[in-house]
Design a protein around this ligand. Structure first.
Ligand code: SF4
Length: 183
């Protein structure tokens, strides 16, 4: 599969590499994921450990944790999402620029975990689209790294150019629909 993305013959093409736009865009994106650490409870400690020297998330180009949603493209929801925080999580997600991804880290973020209570959202996927779920309470830092590698695989399979075209077309379509209503 990988071999179909790049075709290179130095004798014929010299310094030129022929490839697909999707392959290049996805390769760049998946090796420069900037996480937004949405640490809400104890799972956040495991997330912090992943950034330390022992687990060293920077091996995957993901150590640039950004606390501004405008500079992040992957929200790692680490911890229990209460209804009180759910609105904030959703707002920060909406402030992140496209393309963006979400990882639900741990039982609480994935399903509400042991908190079957009136105060707890039963899974962050009720308010934001989740790309990768991590099981465990708490999941180990290695589990987070495994999830991030899975996310890289997913990013590598995206139809980036097509998605970009579709997103650009959306406002125009919405505008046309709005114009139709006015007339
Ligand atoms: S899954 Fe366990 S460790 Fe993680 S936030 Fe919930 S209770 Fe804490």
């Amino acid at each position: 599969m990988q071999n179909t993305n790049v075709a290179y013959d130095s004798k014929v093409e010299g310094e030129v590499i022929v490839t697909q736009a999707d392959a290049v865009i996805n390769w760049i994106r998946k090796h420069s994921v900037w996480p937004m650490p949405m640490g809400l409870a104890c799972c956040a400690i495991e997330l912090m450990a992943a950034g330390g020297a022992r687990f060293d998330i920077s091996r995957f180009g993901m150590e640039v944790m950004r606390f501004s949603p405008r500079q992040a493209d992957c929200m790692i929801v680490a911890g229990t999402v209460t209804y009180k925080m759910a609105e904030v999580v959703r707002r920060i997600y909406e402030q992140m620029a496209e393309p963006k991804w979400v990882v639900a880290m741990g039982a609480c973020a994935s399903t509400g975990g042991m908190y079957r209570s009136y105060a707890t959202l039963q899974g962050v996927d009720r308010i934001v689209p989740v790309d990768v779920y991590i099981s465990g309470c708490p999941p180990r830092p290695e589990a987070l790294l495994d999830a991030m590698i899975k996310l890289q695989d997913k990013i590598g399979r995206e139809r980036s150019v097509k998605n970009l075209t579709a997103r650009n077309a959306e406002p125009a379509e919405a505008e046309l629909a709005g114009a139709g209503k006015e007339s």
